[in-house]
Design a protein around this ligand. Structure first.
Ligand SMILES: [Fe+2]
Ligand SMILES: [Fe+2]
Length: 345
């Protein structure tokens, strides 16, 4: 079914929250936070706002020195990961408004708007990292690597093609595929890169970059939860869209993404990083994919992978006693923090 964009001015829109729908609703666009249907979205909005941070508040002076002392392989991996992350976050900043135009719940539009803003902050943090850490010619190379490295080009195209498919043909099925692509990007594609940085951090290297990454990951966890919420509500309200064929298509997308991410993860760590062997990388990505699919009630792909193979990454990336599952947490224990204390980790 073809979806229609929200009307901008809609004097006949419904204010009654009972009539609100995630897609295909008759929204007024009015943001009324005392009149919401999706309670989780207002809670998420506040969590996202409390997470506000400024990349430049973290000093990268020591990282500039550390960078020169990295091994060639470490430096190359560092550069490639930053290059991939810049692409992903910039793409998110550009694409989220395309999704938002079809979501007809103002409380969810609010969250997507904050997410778009946060993706821009993430992109800015990479610029700050590159300006502070790398020489100008390296910086320039990194900004091109997303399309010059064959590996990255293939992966970046995979996601972007799915995003563009929805823009060209905004049907409900393509929307679910775009949501899945977004979910894969947020929940799988960031993670080899994140764990590489944490592995460096564990050795006491590039700690400023690691702090930036922790703040980014804290935001990403809310983005993941937001898309879980959107996916579940669309499924609940429109059970007919998610037929067996589409479910298999979504699971296939996940399978392809997992394969890409494993070969990428193994390419950047090259079996050389303590704690990140090829086997661990493979299990880790498969484990994450099981978690992601389970959260949106789709059958998992790797039933044999039940143990989290990288527990140290979880404790390493935790901040402020943050719970990793937004929907399961009892108390909101997110708080604004401008400094990370390494001793508390
Ligand atoms: Fe991001
Ligand atoms: Fe994100």
């Amino acid at each position: 079914m073809e979806l229609t964009k929200k009307k901008l001015f809609n004097e006949r829109g419904d204010r009654d929250w009972g009539k609100r729908r995630m897609i295909g609703g008759n929204t007024t666009n009015l943001i009324e936070l005392n009149n919401v249907k999706y309670e989780w979205a207002t809670k998420m909005y506040r969590t996202m706002m409390n997470n506000f941070w400024i990349p430049e508040e973290i000093s990268l002076a020591q990282d500039a020195k550390d960078y020169k002392n990295l091994s060639n392989e470490e430096r190359q991996s560092y550069d490639k990961i930053i290059s991939f992350l810049i692409f992903l976050d910039s793409l998110q900043t550009a694409n989220l408004p395309n999704i938002n135009e079809y979501i007809t719940a103002p409380e969810v539009n609010l969250c997507l708007t904050v997410q778009t803003f946060q993706e821009a902050v993430h992109s800015q943090s990479y610029s700050y990292i590159l300006d502070s850490v790398c020489p100008a010619e390296v910086r320039d190379r990194i900004y091109n690597e997303w399309r010059e490295d064959e590996h990255l080009l293939k992966r970046n195209r995979f996601i972007t093609d799915l995003y563009e498919q929805f823009i060209a043909e905004p049907t409900d099925r393509n929307l679910l595929k775009t949501i899945m692509a977004n979910y894969i990007l947020e929940g799988i594609y960031f993670y080899s890169g994140f764990s590489f940085f944490y592995a460096l951090g564990r050795q006491g290297k590039m700690l400023g970059t690691v702090s930036e990454i922790k703040y980014i990951q804290r935001d990403e966890l809310t983005h993941l939860a937001l898309f879980q919420g959107i996916f579940r509500e669309i499924h609940r309200e429109n059970p007919e869209i998610l037929d067996l064929a589409l479910i298999e298509e979504l699971r296939d997308m996940m399978r392809t993404a997992v394969e890409h991410e494993i070969s990428w993860g193994q390419y950047i760590t090259a079996n050389r990083i303590p704690g990140l062997t090829n086997e661990i990388v493979e299990n880790y990505i498969q484990f994450l994919s099981n978690e992601r699919l389970r959260k949106i009630n789709l059958a998992i792909l790797y039933p044999d992978v039940v143990e989290h193979p990288l527990k140290w990454v979880e404790s390493f990336s935790n901040m402020n006693g943050m719970k990793t599952d937004f929907f399961e947490q009892k108390v909101t224990n997110y708080s604004k923090s401008t400094n990370l204390n390494w001793d508390e980790l």
